[in-house]
Each structure stands twice: as C-alpha cells, then as structure tokens.
Write a protein that binds this ligand. Structure first.
Ligand code: FES
Ligand SMILES: [Fe+2]
Length: 343
C-alpha cells in the first residue's frame, strides 16, 4: 500500500530527454519523455489496444507511436491517430501522470490527476540561497521495501555500526534519542556535546577543536528523508542556544521512490552552508554519500530478505521509536486516502 496523493521523484530532470524512458513506480509502469517545447510527458506504459508497453514504440513529433499498430498519443495521453482505421476510436486515451520539475528532479503525482496539487511538493529551504553549496547527487536501486530505507533514515544509532569509517564517532552508539512527531512526519534528534568531529565532516568544518554535534533525522510523508548534521564549536551547541556564526550545517536530502513492494529507487543530494562554488568539496561530499549509501544498501537488502523469510519473531528496540511513529502516521494517511477515494 502506498500514499498516492503526493509527489514522488521519477528521475533526474537532466536524464529525461526527447526519447522514451520507462520507469516503474508504486508497482506501475510509466513512460517518460520530453516534448520539443520542454514539457514532460508521463503516461501509463501500456497501449490501450493490446497493452504493448508504449516505451517499446517511438517518439515522433512529440507524440508516442505504439510499436505494434501505430496508435499515437500526445503528452496529455489523448489518442491523436489510429493509422489502421479511418477514425480514432472514441475515448481512446492512456492514463497521464501530472508532472512537475523542481530541485533537479521530475516529480510525478501518483494519485488521481485531477487532484494534483503543486502546493503539496516539499519546499527545500535555502535551495538557491547564496552561501549554500550542493552536490550533484545521485541515485541507486535498492532491493528492499522503501520503508526500510525510511527506518534507516530515522535511525541515528546505526551510524556507529554501519558507517564506522565516516559518520560514526564519539557517543553515536549510546546517546539517547529525542522524537518529535508532527502532521507530516517525524524528527529523531539528539545533541552530542564536546566530542571530536567524525572523519567525514572534520575537513569540512570551519573551526578548530571539539564540537557540539546535532543529528537531526527527519522523514516527511510519503518518504523523504532530511538528515541534518549540525556542528557548533564545543560549548555553543544544544537545544536552547541560537546557532553560532561558525556553525556548520550539512543536510542530506533523500528521496525514496517505491518501485514495488520489494524494490526502491533511492535519490539524494547534499546541501551545506559553506563553500557554495567549491566543486572539489561537492565531489568529496558526493563520494562520501555514495560510500555510505552503499554500506546502507548492503544492510537494507539483507534486512528485507531476512524479514521476509523470517522463521522466528522479530523485536523492536528503543531506537525504532521514531520509525514506528512514522509508519503509523503513514498508515493512517493511507487509510484516510483510501476511505476518501471509496466515498
Ligand atoms: S498494441 Fe498498440 S496499437 Fe496495437
Ligand atoms: Fe546510513
């Protein structure tokens, strides 16, 4: 089950051109393309005649031509030509998915097209703010249910075991977690005071000495992870203090698109409040992210299989509290959406 009345990342804008690109999202096959005027077409990847995937056809003059008998559709999904007969069959159309492009991504609305609501797209703070830099980002397939990735992104504790060489460090294995729940998501957070900066961040921080470090692990419905790593000079951090002017903020944005119940596509980029134009820093951050997410992937794919094939009961730990709250929130939203659709 998925939340449908929301936007999911379908791909990077730069990768969607004037050609047919098949993607699978929420168990549905979709064909993406760009028209000569730059608009995105996102159609069900199935011809309404005999369900040949439209992505096996061709893109001609901004229309998709089926590769079996030539039924032709524009980017709104309307059938505009049926070359084997005199007239276009009445009502011939293919499902269209509303699309928008923002933050470097193509986003699709997976609910009813007439419910598409641009205001429901996440707003990324400081995206174009001067003084902030961001990485190119990346993506990878992960053979697990998307909610295991969400669990992982609401779990600051795992870094002490999974990311030993990068994000781990003093106190990540033991400091207690705090949880805030709001109507759109969950934040799991903690401050770790007076500790050395972890290996990945140390060269990026603009002050010397020990740090007060905050892990802010936030997930927003349906499945967007916002992980903020905040480092203030020791003595200047903590929940009740304003941010010091040398505070380093590194935000990892993570967008999980369910492919189906057993597979996900994971997209990300990193954002920082320093060195806006330093390509070397961006590259190093991106390489660090790829390394860490590869470590996560190995664990998460094995967790997915382990949970699916389990022979004995599993248990939850205190560290799961945030992820369990998120799953509960998501379930309630899906149920409300389903009830509304039935009414
Ligand atoms: S299957 Fe597409 S036109 Fe026949
Ligand atoms: Fe991780």
């Amino acid at each position: 089950m998925y939340l449908r009345d929301c936007w999911y990342v379908a791909g990077w804008s730069k990768q969607i051109g004037q050609r047919l690109t098949p993607v699978r999202m929420l168990g549905e096959d979709i064909v993406l393309f760009r028209t000569s005027t730059g608009e995105i077409g996102a159609l069900e990847d199935a011809c309404p005649h005999r369900k040949l995937p439209l992505s096996k056809g061709s893109l001609r003059d901004d229309t998709v031509v089926c590769g079996y008998h030539g039924l032709t559709f524009n980017h709104h999904g309307a059938c505009v030509a049926a070359p084997t007969q005199e007239r276009v069959p009445t009502g011939a159309a293919v499902r269209r998915y509303p699309a928008i492009e923002r933050y470097g991504f193509v986003w699709l609305w997976m609910g009813a097209a007439d419910q598409a609501d641009e205001s429901k797209l996440i707003s990324i703070e400081n995206y174009d703010a001067p003084g902030w830099g961001r990485t190119e980002g990346g993506d990878m397939p992960i053979a697990c249910n998307y909610l295991y990735i969400v669990d992982n992104l609401l779990d600051p504790a795992h870094v002490a075991w999974v990311h030993v060489g990068s994000f781990a460090g003093a106190k990540t294995e033991s400091q207690p977690l705090r949880i805030d729940v709001n109507s759109d998501g969950v934040v799991v957070w903690r401050w770790m005071m007076d500790t050395p900066a972890p290996a990945y961040y140390a060269p990026l921080i603009k002050f010397e000495g020990l740090v007060d470090r905050k892990q802010h692990y936030e997930c927003v419905l349906p499945s967007i992870g916002i992980n903020k790593s905040i480092f203030s000079p020791a003595g200047h951090g903590g929940p009740d203090k304003p941010l010091h002017d040398k505070t380093y903020i590194n935000i990892s944005y993570n967008f999980m698109t369910p492919v189906d119940e057993d597979n996900s596509r994971y997209y990300w980029f990193q954002h920082r409040n320093t060195d806006p134009d330093d390509a070397a820093i961006s590259e190093r951050m991106n390489a660090g992210a790829v390394m860490a997410f590869t470590e996560d992937r190995e664990v998460l794919e094995a967790v997915h299989l382990g949970m699916k094939q389990r022979k004995t009961p599993y248990l939850d730990l205190a560290l799961d509290a945030g992820a369990l709250r998120f799953r509960k929130l998501l379930k309630a939203r899906i149920e409300a959406e389903t009830a509304q659709a039935a009414a």
